[in-house]
Design a protein around this ligand. Structure first.
Ligand code: 5GP
Ligand code: ZN
Length: 143
């Protein structure tokens, strides 16, 4: 199966990984709506929300709360959107189930987001800020 997310999970493609364990992985989206835009993904390949197992989904939600808090604090956002696109018509382009965590700032945009490009070194800088929050909290998450 041709799946870029499976390639990242298997270490065949690079990504700015924020956190991973045996079940899930989180890394920065390469085309961020806002800097720090992160993806959270089950390591097992499910096509979309409807096919993901409930057990996996429950675990994923727990991870989402953990990583969304780290993203919000790490990049000093005022809020964040959680988005799941399901199906091509809904904007899904990678057919491996994933959540988007999009940091939001007051008056950043209304309905139409503009994609940004990381300048040299900025992607790592944002990832480091988020990783630092994850490192502070990961014992309580694992426990
Ligand atoms: P979807 O449109 O399926 O909800 O979201 C897929 C997301 O994956 C897009 O926001 C896109 O920018 C991101 N993406 C696609 N290919 C790659 C990649 O190779 N690396 C990373 N980090 N993100 C990717
Ligand atoms: Zn996959």
């Amino acid at each position: 199966m041709d799946c870029i997310f499976c390639d990242i999970i298997e270490g065949k493609s690079e990504a700015e990984i924020l956190y991973q364990n045996e079940k899930i992985i989180s890394f920065l989206d390469i085309r961020p709506v806002n800097y720090g835009h992160a993806l959270v993904i089950p390591k097992k390949h499910y096509e979309n929300f409807l096919s993901v197992s409930v057990d996996e989904f429950e675990y994923l939600l727990k991870a989402m709360q953990f990583i969304a808090a780290a993203v919000k604090t790490g990049v000093n956002a005022d809020g964040f959107n959680l988005i799941v696109n399901n199906g091509k018509a809904a904007g899904q382009t990678i057919f491996h189930f994933h959540f988007h965590i999009i940091p939001r700032y007051s008056n950043d945009f209304k309905f139409k987001p503009e994609f940004k490009k990381y300048s040299d070194g900025a992607m790592k800088e944002f990832a480091n800020k988020i990783r630092s929050e994850i490192n502070k909290q990961k014992d309580s998450f694992n426990g």
